[in-house]
Structures are given as structure tokens and as C-alpha cells.
Design a protein around this ligand. Structure first.
Ligand SMILES: *Cc1c(COP(=O)(O)O)cnc(C)c1O
Length: 367
């Protein structure tokens, strides 16, 4: 049985008529940039998250960059983020001219270790950028508390956490500013690059919206220089169709995660979820010894797994200039050789889930 890591074609087939109609509507209205489809999606996504504003932008990396930029972060400043994330998170910090400061992750949730944040703060620190990695929110209460004490901004990187919740608050509302990616493979994915910033701060929203659109509100009246990073009409219309199905797909992911938990908890380390949190399982990440051999064994049986991420951020060549050592990030360093992301998505059948479990059990017993 072939088990792809994600299956965007199966998802498309399940909503084909709605998607095809939406694409055709945008083309017939020539509503490619701006326009009603963008407005509708921004409104619906803001309603779903529970913020006053949603600003559609070109991708999740730009969402982070534009947010930091709109907060006035730049040269001479430092922004704290987690060592266990995708490169887009620190890239957005560096793009503003600020310095990225990595903090190790927690051994249970794999999110930023809140105990280690305070010692990373200096007089130049302007913001904390926690990531809700794999679809589980970071422990936001202590982060907000620290930020208030040191007068820092908090921006959520919610690129993997559409629909996740922390103490009954949706990811995207646990800090004043949050960023989403709609990269095709994300839990809510476009048919190309797309992203959004959400906030209930109207003044910030106006600034961010202008920055994303050449520093203007009106066509040729540019109040400052911005960039061109817009969510286009086609992607907005596609996302609006998919948003209606998102909860159903999240529930399917959660149901699969529950089966994985029960069947695998005695043979591998399964994900640890904070109390009062809704994990949306963008990724279902286990920990195993002999990870590489197990990954290979599964691949030979057509089960495609992933590693998120094989080289932790501080040890990437891109950040070699910071000269970090493994002992600076003991937890992240330990995890990198053990983590394995199993296939999980809204279109996965029970048979496929069973097959993954069966083969993984064989692999762990044998290797
Ligand atoms: C996907 C992702 C991003 C960037 O999103 P793009 O839309 O690909 O630019 C940022 N942060 C995290 C944690 C992500 O997973």
C-alpha cells in the first residue's frame, strides 16, 4: 500500500466542484489582485481565528517579516525565537536587519523552552517570536508574562497551527500579532504561495497592510516604501473554499493522532500535549532510536515519512556565523537524530493508518 506523506490530489478530488467553480469565478471577474474574493477570505479567516483584521500577504515568511517591520523592528534590535523551527522564522528576523537569538526547545512539546527565555534577553531585545511547531501552541502564558515584564512585543508564528487552541484561545489570538502560512502542504493550504497576518490592533493592521502593498492606501499615493507581497484573488478564493472544510480535516487529523497515540505509545515516544491545548497535528512527530534505519525500512514499504528538521537552525551553515555549539541547545541537539514525522492528513484512510502502524511495529521490533 502506498502512503504518501501528504496527498493534495485526494483532497482536491473531494472538493473538486467547489474549487473549479471558485477558480472560474475569479477569472470571469478578473479579480486577480485585491477585489472581492480577497476581501471575503480575509473577513472569513479573521472571523474563524477571532481577530478584527486579517491581512492577506504573499506567503508566511513575508507575513513574519512584515509584522516585525510594522512593529519598527530593525537594525540594532534582537528578536528571540526557538532553535527548533523552519528557517523562515529566523530569516524574517534577519530580513529586518535585527539579530536573531535562538533559545532551546522543551523536551516534551518541542516548542520554545520558556525557562530559557529570560536569560536570552538583553537591552536590545525587542520581541519574542514563539512558533506553534507541528500544530501545538507554545506555552503562551509565561511568554506573555515575560514580555510584559520586559516590555517586549510577542508575535506568534502560527504557520503550522491553523485552528489550534491554547486555553480556549485560538492560535492567532494568544498574542497581539500572529502570522500564518498557506503553503500548499499546510493544514490550510493554497495552490501556490500565500500567507496572512492576523491582529485586532487596527493601527498596526493599517501599517502592515500598507507595507505589503508598496506603502500605499490609494493607487499612486505612496506614503512610504513597502514591498509587493499580496495574497492574490485566485489563492484567496481557493482558501475560502477550503476554510469551510478545515474543521473536518483537523478533526480527522486528531482522530488519526489518537489512534497513533494508542497503538504506538508503548514502542516509541509519542507526542506530549500540554493540558488545555488543541493540537492540530500539522505533523505527527515521534521519537525513535535507529531513526534513519526505521525511516528507510518504511520507505521500502512505500510509507513516506519526514524529518522536521534534520539540521536544527543554530547548526545550519546559514547561521554558522553565530558559532553555536551543541551544548548551547542540548534538547534540540538530542532530538535531531530521533524525530520522525509520520504521514497524517485529512484524506488518510483507516486502512492507511493501520498499515503505517503495522509496519512501524515491525520496524521497531526488528531494528
Ligand atoms: C511554512 C512555515 C513558514 C513560512 O511559510 P511560507 O508560506 O512557506 O513562507 C514559517 N514558519 C513556519 C514554522 C513554517 O512551518
Amino acid at each position: 500500500m502506498k502512503i504518501p506523506f501528504v496527498d493534495l490530489l485526494a483532497q482536491y478530488k473531494s472538493i473538486k466542484e467547489e474549487i473549479d467553480q471558485a477558480i472560474s469565478d475569479v477569472i470571469h471577474d478578473s479579480a486577480f489582485i485585491g477585489g472581492k474574493y480577497l476581501k471575503t477570505f480575509e473577513q472569513n479567516y479573521a472571523n474563524y481565528i477571532g481577530t478584527k483584521q486579517c491581512i492577506g500577504v504573499g506567503n508566511g515568511t513575508d507575513a513574519l517579516f512584515l509584522t516585525l517591520k510594522a512593529l519598527g523592528i530593525g537594525k540594532g534590535h534582537e528578536v528571540i525565537t526557538v532553535s527548533n523551527s523552519f528557517i523562515a522564522t529566523p530569516e524574517a528576523i534577519t530580513m529586518t536587519g535585527a539579530k536573531v537569538v535562538f533559545v532551546d526547545c522543551d523536551i516534551h512539546t518541542y516548542n520554545i523552552d520558556v525557562q530559557k527565555i529570560e536569560s536570552a534577553i538583553t537591552s536590545n531585545t525587542k520581541a519574542i517570536l514563539p512558533v506553534h511547531l507541528y500544530g501545538q501552541p507554545a506555552d503562551m502564558d509565561p511568554i506573555i508574562e515575560i514580555a510584559q515584564r520586559y516590555n517586549l512585543h510577542v508575535v506568534e508564528d502560527a504557520a503550522q497551527a491553523h485552528g489550534a487552541e491554547y486555553k480556549s484561545k485560538k492560535a492567532g489570538t494568544t498574542a497581539p500579532f500572529a502570522c500564518f502560512s498557506f503553503f500548499p502542504g499546510k493544514n490550510l493550504g493554497a495552490y501556490g504561495d500565500a500567507g496572512a497576518i492576523v491582529t485586532s490592533n487596527e493601527e498596526f493592521a493599517e501599517k502592515a497592510r500598507m507595507l505589503a502593498n508598496h506603502g500605499r492606501k490609494e493607487k499612486y499615493n505612496h506614503e512610504f516604501e513597502g514591498i509587493n507581497s499580496r495574497l492574490d484573488g485566485l489563492q484567496a478564493a481557493i482558501l475560502d473554499v477550503k476554510l469551510k472544510h478545515l474543521e473536518k480535516w483537523i478533526e480527522r487529523r486528531r482522530a488519526i493522532a489518537k489512534i497513533y497515540d494508542e497503538e504506538l505509545k508503548n514502542i516509541v515516544i509519542t507526542p506530549d500535549v500540554l493540558p488545555d491545548v488543541r493540537h492540530v497535528y500539522h505533523l505527527y512527530v515521534i521519537r525513535v532510536k535507529n531513526r534513519n534505519r526505521i525511516k528507510e525500512f518504511l520507505a521500502e514499504r512505500e510509507i513516506h515519512t519526514g524529518i522536521h528538521y534534520p539540521i536544527p537552525l543554530p547548526f545550519l551553515k546559514a547561521y554558522g556565523y553565530i558559532e553555536h555549539k551543541p551544548e548551547d541547545f542540548p534538547t534540540t541537539y538530542l532530538l535531531k537524530d530521533e524525530i520522525l514525522s509520520l504521514p497524517i492528513h485529512g484524506s488518510m484512510s483507516d486502512d492507511q493508518v493501520e498499515y503505517v502502524i503495522k509496519q512501524l511495529k515491525i520496524a521497531v521490533n526488528r531494528l
